[in-house]
Design a protein around this ligand. Structure first.
Ligand SMILES: Cc1cc2nc3c(=O)[nH]c(=O)nc-3n(C[C@H](O)[C@H](O)[C@H](O)COP(=O)(O)OP(=O)(O)OC[C@H]3O[C@@H](n4cnc5c(N)ncnc54)[C@H](O)[C@@H]3O)c2cc1C
Length: 449
């Protein structure tokens, strides 16, 4: 167990600079004063899904970045961007030179839709589609075809609502967000009129939060539509009060959508419940998706054999995420997290955020993980005189790798703000080369070779 200024020599590497990584860094700074924390991130930019997941028209949600910026400004915290675990560094190397390693890499891959035709062109996972409109460098070249009138989003969580909103909002409204330039151009040429949001279960089982649902009722020239035939009479008595309140609010929204006139706007977001994907139809690319009607019995989804189809040129599946394996570490059976014992994988190796719990919860949900892991590190890890960043830096240099520090990120951010169209907060650069050019122009010595 460590006390007082013994922490001055504790060296911790956190891999992943999303919310979970930042919360862990902040908690370590509070609980282990003087310890040195290096936040290693595969992109040149910090903030994970706050930058590449949260919808561009939800800028207030992104304001948590200001809190994380304060964390980054702590003298004992270092941001090491553009360095990817398993590409540039091995986990064993980090474990050799740091007293503790905390993995905070999220769950970046989409769960795949396992039905016939799901590999046709025009079928995307939410992670890549959202990454595309949010200028994530991995997905900048997606180039979806929006020339058909119909699109189908499969899934009943808030991400499905985000995508439906971004695809239907008038371009003039998107122009005042930080949506990627390539996305706004593509959406400007879109012929989409109907976006169908489809879920396997009924309206009361949907995971939408009521604020996000209500927002759909206030969009310009977009109408949200549901079918009154699919509305239950009410919420069952046995549901706990808090859950019940949320379900009642959602049901009120859906009932209002069921009364809306579909012809009252140029574009529609249409909710379809009790329908599970059966197969995707098309020759070269998606032309329609066929669904099977379902009913829910004792909590299980049962197919009724009744099929129907929705013509569409685009399908986005928002049905969950998988983790990317880290070295030889075992993934859970569900493949959406690393196997761990309440955040510990083995002595000195910890995990937080989505990679620990699986892909659920909001940004703030990750705070508790960070606090818990910082406490475990405080109790379980002794400084062993390890070199930390001095050794990491040497290894990166010897491999000719460029990394970005926080002042580089601020230079990228300044350039993004300068490049923004009038009224928009920033214009994100989807190209890593472009970002590194900005860093090099700022100071050729930084991001050093
Ligand atoms: C589309 C979408 C929209 C969302 N919208 C909201 C919202 O509006 N409000 C809300 O509260 N929550 C929202 N969430 C949930 C929220 O984003 C998550 O709770 C949170 O981001 C999880 O944090 P994390 O740090 O575990 O993962 P992430 O945010 O994914 O961060 C992981 C970080 O690790 C980095 N990384 C990955 N692999 C490596 C590697 N090998 N080496 C180095 N770095 C690596 C990644 O680049 C990334 O920066 C949304 C989620 C999604 C998917």
């Amino acid at each position: 167990m460590q006390h007082g200024n013994e922490f001055s020599t504790l060296k911790v590497a956190i891999v992943g600079a999303g919310p979970a990584g930042f919360y862990a860094a902040e908690a370590l700074a509070a609980l282990c004063p003087g310890c040195e924390v290096d936040l290693i991130e595969r992109l040149p930019t910090p903030y994970g899904l706050i930058r590449s997941g949260v919808a561009p028209d939800h800028q207030t949600t992104k304001s948590i970045q200001q809190t994380f910026e304060q964390t980054a400004s702590r003298s004992n915290l270092r941001f090491v961007g553009n360095v990817e675990l398993d590409r540039d560094l091995k986990l064993e190397e980090l474990a050799d030179v740091y007293d503790a390693v905390v993995l905070a890499c999220g769950a970046p891959h989409d769960m795949k839709l396992d039905i016939r035709g799901a590999t046709l062109k025009g079928v995307y996972g939410a992670s890549e589609f959202v990454g595309w409109y949010n200028a994530h460098p991995d997905h900048a070249n997606l180039d979806p075809d929006l020339s058909a009138r119909g699109a189908v989003i499969i899934g009943n969580g808030n991400v499905a609502l985000d995508i439906a909103r971004i695809l239907t909002r008038p371009v003039r409204e998107l122009a005042s967000t930080d949506i990627a330039e390539h996305a706004i151009q593509c959406i400007a040429g879109s012929k989409l009129t109907d976006v169908h949001v489809v879920g396997r279960r009924g309206p009361l089982d949907a995971k939408f939060t009521s604020v996000e649902l209500q927002e759909l009722g206030h969009l310009q020239d977009v109408v949200a539509v549901a079918s009154s035939d699919q509305m239950p009479e009410g919420v069952d008595d046995g549901v706990p009060p808090r859950e019940r309140r949320a379900k009642v609010k959602n049901l009120e929204c859906f009932r209002a959508f069921a009364e809306a006139d579909p012809a009252s706007a140029s574009r529609r977001i249409q909710f379809q419940f009790n329908a599970r994907p059966y197969n995707v139809l098309g020759t070269d690319r998606v032309e329609a998706v066929r669904f099977e009607r379902t009913r829910v019995e004792n909590g299980s989804v049962i197919g009724t054999g009744q099929l129907f189809r929705i013509p569409c040129g685009l399908i986005v599946t928002a049905i969950g995420y998988r983790a990317r394996p880290v070295g030889e570490l075992a993934l859970s059976e569900t493949k959406d997290r690393l196997r761990n014992d309440d955040g510990r994988i083995k002595p000195g190796l910890y995990v937080v955020g989505w990679l620990k719990r699986g892909p659920s919860g909001k940004i703030g949900t990750n705070r508790a993980d960070g606090e818990q892991i910082a406490e475990r590190i405080r109790v379980e890890v002794s400084p062993a005189g390890k070199p930390g960043f001095a050794a990491l830096q040497q290894a990166l240099r010897s491999r000719g790798l460029r990394w970005t520090d926080f002042t580089d990120w601020k230079a990228i951010e300044r350039a993004e703000i300068e490049a923004a169209a009038e009224g928009a907060p920033r214009r994100k650069f989807p190209s890593i080369d472009r970002m590194l050019q900005i860093c090099a122009a700022k100071s050729p010595a930084v991001a050093s070779l």
